[in-house]
Ligand binder design. Structure first.
Ligand code: ADP
Ligand code: MG
Length: 220
């Protein structure tokens, strides 16, 4: 379902080229849940940005659901991302001037999904936030914000969820309850998951864990 073939990615820092990936190969089956661990700076966020198509590799190929990103124009790739991928970030990335309901409806609107409001309310209920629909992000706790972000990531039924340290900014107990919700929903929907985490306990919830070391993913 997701294939990374001979990926190369480097960044120019000043006059220096920093090589993050020189020949990365990886694949994930549909519905699989994979955790990625690795030291800070090892390239975990870069990997998710490549998979999302937000940044481009210097060489190599990414194929999601039989679609090669190399074959898509920029605008096609943006549409492809919007309909196929859901994101959950460490810092939630909610739109500050939209309330919880409007934030969750956003990907549904972009994808012209019908009954966006009903679906958003249903998802917010399923993460226990039916009493927070009209609250702005600033009026929500960290755990509540992340539950809104999880509902938003799922509303358009993406094929894959990319989560970058989703419990990294939450206290342990809140992190556990947020992860419970995320896993409950993605298992129910059969969604593929790539989860970057520093927590072994969070990683254990996935079927496989890989460590990113020197630009390669090795199975733990
Ligand atoms: N846009 C960028 N320009 C230059 N260097 C970058 C950029 N993004 C990330 N890097 C560098 O690439 C390395 C990997 O970063 P990142 O993917 O964020 O790692 P991780 O998420 O594992 O902490 C770091 O050394 C970082 O400084
Ligand atoms: Mg990171």
């Amino acid at each position: 379902m997701l294939k990374l073939k001979s990926l190369k990615k480097s960044y120019l820092q000043g006059t220096q080229n920093i090589h993050i990936f020189e020949d990365l190969n990886f694949h994930i089956q549909k519905g699989q849940r994979v955790a990625i661990m690795g030291k800070s700076g090892s390239g975990k966020s870069t990997l998710l940005s490549l998979i999302s198509g937000i940044i481009k590799p210097n060489d190599g190929e990414i194929v999601l659901n039989d679609t090669s990103y190399n074959a898509l124009k920029e605008s096609q790739l943006n549409d492809f991302r919007a309909s196929n991928i859901g994101f959950v970030f460490q810092n939630f990335h909610l739109v500050s001037y939209l309330n919880a309901l409007e934030n969750v409806m956003l990907p549904a609107k972009v994808n012209n999904i019908s009954n966006a409001k009903e679906k958003a309310i249903e998802l917010l209920k399923s993460v226990g936030l039916e009493h927070r629909l009209d609250h702005l992000p600033s009026q929500l706790s960290g755990g509540e914000k992340q539950r809104v972000a999880i509902a938003r990531a799922l509303i358009h039924n993406p094929k894959i969820i990319l989560a970058d340290e989703p419990s990294g900014n939450l206290d342990e107990e809140t992190g556990i309850s947020v992860m419970d919700k995320l896993f409950e929903l993605i298992i129910k929907n059969g969604t593929t998951l790539i989860l970057v985490t520093h927590s072994k306990d969070v990683a254990k919830r996935c079927e496989e864990t890989y460590e990113l070391i020197h630009g390669n993913l090795s199975k733990c």
